[in-house]
Design a binder for this molecule. Structure first.
Ligand SMILES: CCCCCCCCCCCCC[C@@H](O)CC(=O)SCCNC(=O)CCNC(=O)[C@H](O)C(C)(C)COP(=O)(O)OP(=O)(O)OC[C@H]1O[C@@H](n2cnc3c(N)ncnc32)[C@H](O)[C@@H]1OP(=O)(O)O
Length: 358
């Protein structure tokens, strides 16, 4: 009487995986003819060293060619289905042969396999897209390398600020508010000077986005940092600096990692969702904090006369606070433009997915 080895199986839409539990097999005799797989081999199985054999008639047509992989512990056989399909069972006969069992190491149900298939398809499309982009733009990798490094540096800078401020808040409580500028300004200057590249990048076409929102964002922030805080010692010890810096860095520790992933064609759904959602509370709060700092700076500019303009030949001066009033009005327009821009970006990145799901 012939002995039968244990056979474990799993499937994907295109393939079947059979694992024959026989060790030390040398030259197995495996064939597929008329949709029946015949296996015969000498090996070490449940009944010791012996000749083991089995035949399986497949549920649906398969390709006669197959791939076999011999290891010391088992024999692997990959069989291609003729038609991409999900089978309800392995064999034509309804009753499962006793020596066959599911291979739980490779087992997937249909929906998991579909997801795996979709992932593979997405990877294939991304690869084709990158190849065609590379054909159009031979400097693609150079640009991406530069952008990745830029985003990494900004991420590290803003993370340093965010973590430091958080730790100081826990240690010193409210007292940490008044020392924020003193401790964080150098790093903030560095990051915000570097941020001028965010105007240059779309200008030279290295990122596909509008220049105007970036211009408003960078000029607006740098005005607050370099003019309002940077020029007035009195402002540097005010609590509002804490809120401005904390709100700025909160968005940037999300935005820059998101861009870094974009540089390597990767998209983490949760990060994308946070990047295009968290601005909804942060932007108004940040704008409010900036507006408060401008309002607080007005009397200081009036008293000190810094940046005031003397009008000749008349004996009067125009205080810088007049410009600050104009700036506050400009802020309303600036914020409206950027809010609209961010709303559009959000719809483009998150909205279409929703439609697809419906
Ligand atoms: C003295 C004169 C002053 C004149 C100014 C007058 C008034 C100014 C008032 C302004 C008030 C500002 C208030 C503000 O400072 C308050 C705060 O910031 S509080 C904190 C919350 N803030 C935010 O959430 C805003 C954060 N900033 C931004 O999001 C950007 O700066 C912004 C320009 C607003 C939007 O960015 P972007 O246009 O780039 O949109 P996306 O992020 O969707 O990107 C579009 C595509 O480009 C790719 N991209 C962009 N940058 C990079 C990069 N560095 N590296 C790699 N790729 C990048 C991105 O991946 C997108 O690609 P795809 O289209 O494929 O998705």
């Amino acid at each position: 009487m012939s002995l039968t080895p244990y056979v474990y199986w799993a499937q994907r839409h295109h393939e079947l995986y059979l694992r024959v539990e026989l060790s030390d097999v040398q030259n197995p005799d495996i064939t597929i003819a008329d949709n029946v797989l015949h296996f015969k081999a000498q090996g070490h199985g449940a009944k010791g060293v012996n000749t083991y054999e089995f035949s399986l008639e497949f549920f649906e047509p398969v390709n006669n060619k197959f791939v076999q992989k011999l290891t010391q512990r088992q024999v692997g056989i990959t069989v291609r289905k003729c038609k991409k399909d999900w089978w309800s069972r392995l064999t034509k006969q309804e009753r499962k042969p006793v020596f066959v069992a599911p291979d739980f190491d490779r087992w997937l149900d249909e929906s998991d396999a579909e997801m795996e298939l979709r992932k593979k398809e997405e990877e294939r499309i991304t690869k084709i897209r990158t190849e065609s982009k590379l054909r159009e733009d031979p400097f693609l990798y150079l640009k991406r390398g530069y952008l990745f490094m830029y985003n990494l540096v900004q991420f590290l800078g803003f993370s340093w600020i965010f973590v430091n401020m958080t730790v100081r808040l826990f240690i010193f409580g409210q007292d940490s508010f008044y020392d924020t500028f003193n401790t964080m300004a150098d790093m903030m200057y560095f990051c915000q000077i570097l941020a001028f590249l965010e105007i240059v990048n779309p200008l030279i076409g290295w990122v596909r986005t509008a220049v105007k929102p970036a211009l408003i964002q960078v000029l607006g922030r740098n005005f607050i940092l370099f003019v309002i805080f940077g020029q007035l010692n009195e402002m540097q010890t005010k609590g509002v600096v804490f809120f401005v810096f904390y709100l700025w860095s909160s968005i940037e520790i999300i935005r820059y990692p998101f861009y870094m992933l974009a540089c390597i064609d990767t998209d983490w759904k949760l990060l994308t969702w946070i990047r295009y959602t968290i601005w909804i509370p942060l932007y108004p709060l940040g704008t409010l904090a900036e507006a408060v700092s401008v309002i607080q700076a007005m009397p200081i500019f009036n008293e000190t006369g810094i940046f005031s303009i003397r009008v000749f030949p008349f004996e009067f001066t125009i205080s810088f606070s007049v410009f600050l009033n104009v700036y506050l009005v400009l802020t309303l327009f600036g914020v409206a433009i950027n809010f609209r821009h961010m709303y559009k970006q959000r719809r483009r990145r998150l909205g279409s997915k929703k439609r697809k799901m419906l």
